[in-house]
Design a protein around this ligand. Structure first.
Ligand code: PLP
Length: 456
């Protein structure tokens, strides 16, 4: 028997009963959302045609450290939480490393990713407000799947705008959403004004997350009894995802484990923001000095090559402006296979922490990510999502460094989901047909030049 079990499970009663709001402890608060018309900070009443009331309150609250999780949401969480923290003994052995590697596994639910943690919260507050339904966008499909599960549980209508290329290439994801009762429209579509405009300007476009967001927002604001919900980037989403970090912290404490390095993949930043929340709190308070690493694809390098600036969250420029590390809202990344990481911007909370030097970021090429994914599948058994495999890549690299230096570091990474719907990507990798497209500086300068000019 090993002294630390393969899987550290918390009991149900050890599951956190409140979300933790890291912003409350940040010295430099994330910059506020701005009204795209007046360039003044968004007021709650300006957000209320788009978002639910309670979610607006959570979005704008930089002071309250803990938000009690409503009992109904806790009941739903109990269907798949607490999630295990796994000691990757087999991976350590295969790497012949003195490092100790742990991963927090969020793929143990039908949606296949961490996104359900926020989907149920957002659907719950919409239902409580007496709404009929919600609209959203989905790229690869994980968020749409999670939201459709949450909505069917609560009896709420769910309308998903799915990036057209994924709608066509991922029919199985689409059918999972429809199984849970959601309606799924390929975006850009002719069902919205902004969709028509984008199609007129770019005939034949296969869409992007930014386009789909514009359409979903328009659909929400023009349909009685509907609001829009978003699966990443926003402060409220990081708040809900703090359940990941709080459970990780509790599991580590249970066995007196002290992490040195914490790693997560970063698309819009929600899983990473959630995973690191309590650890970053202790780092900000000067109690600990963890290394915290965000991993992003080289094809969509918001942190490592982006600018820290106010930008639109969507292509149609209907959403508020957020200050974030961004490649520019007109940047459309090459069709890499980690759909969940193809967003031009980054959570403004994480952007501020990164700008303050409290975390690091690494960009990795796609084929190296799939090498790590396959190695992980063969050693630990779990078939990882391409997004999650970005974190695996860097965890493996850090463990290999430990082999070289002999250091016994403790590494914790977030395994955000499973890759069963990504087998076309794995097929490309196996057939040697995957490329490592990296945008040139010239390409990036085109989208940077279209950043809105905001002086605040
Ligand atoms: C959506 C997604 C991500 C990236 O989103 P974040 O908001 O950055 O966490 C990562 N992994 C999986 C499996 C996803 O579905």
């Amino acid at each position: 028997m090993k002294d630390i079990p393969y899987k550290i499970y918390l009991n149900e009663d050890e599951m956190p009963k409140a979300w933790y709001n890291l912003r409350a402890d940040m010295k430099n608060k994330p910059a506020p959302l701005l009204n795209p018309g007046t360039l003044k900070p968004m007021k709650p009443e300006e957000l209320s045609p788009v978002f639910c009331e309670e979610l607006i309150r959570q979005e704008l609250d930089n002071e309250t450290p803990y938000f009690r999780i409503p009992d109904e949401i806790l009941d739903f969480y109990r269907m798949y939480r607490p999630s295990p923290l796994v000691r990757a003994y087999c991976l350590e052995k295969a790497l012949d490393t003195p490092a100790k590697i742990y991963y927090k596994f969020e793929g143990n639910n039908t949606s296949g990713s961490h996104k359900l943690n926020s989907a149920i919260a957002q659907a719950y507050y919409a239902k409580k407000q007496g709404l009929k339904g919600v609209t959203t966008e989905t790229g690869a499909g994980q968020w749409g799947t999670a939201l459709s599960m949450a909505c069917s549980y609560l009896g709420l209508d769910c309308r998903v705008y799915m990036v057209k290329v994924s709608y066509e290439q991922k029919p199985f994801r689409r059918e999972v959403m429809r199984t849970y009762g959601a309606s799924v429209t390929p975006s850009p579509s002719m069902t919205t004004e902004v969709g028509k405009r984008i199609l007129a300007a770019h005939p034949g476009t296969t869409g992007s997350l930014g386009c789909a967001i514009s359409e979903a927002v328009e659909a929400a604001t023009t349909t009685e009894g509907y609001r829009y919900v978003l699966g990443s980037v926003l402060n409220q989403v990081l708040l809900h995802q703090s359940i990941i970090g709080l459970e990780t912290e509790a599991a580590l404490k249970k066995y007196d484990i002290h992490p040195d390095i914490i790693i997560g993949c970063a698309g819009g930043g929600s899983n990473l923001g959630g995973l690191i929340a309590p650890f970053m709190r202790d780092k900000i308070k000067g109690l600990e000095d963890y290394r915290i690493i965000a991993v992003e694809p080289q094809s969509c390098p918001s942190f490592t090559r982006g600018k820290y600036a106010y930008d639109f969250c969507d292509t149609g420029m209907v959403c508020p402006l957020a200050k974030m590390y961004t490649l520019g809202s007109s940047f459309i990344p090459a069709p890499n296979h980690a759909g969940g990481l193809r967003y031009h911007g980054m959570s403004s909370t994480l952007s501020q922490l990164y700008d303050d030097g409290l975390m690091e970021a690494v960009a990795v090429p796609q084929t190296k990510v799939f090498e790590a994914a396959e190695f992980f599948a063969r050693t630990e058994g779990i078939l990882p999502a391409p997004e999650s495999s970005h974190a695996i890549r860097v965890a493996v690299d850090e463990a290999v460094k430990c082999r070289e230096t002999g250091e016994e570091k403790t590494i914790v990474f977030g395994l955000t989901g499973t890759g069963y719907f990504d087998m076309v990507a794995y097929e490309k990798f196996h057939d040697g047909k995957m490329d490592d497209y990296v945008p040139t500086d010239e390409e990036l300068s085109v989208s940077f030049s279209k950043l809105p000019s905001v002086s605040v």
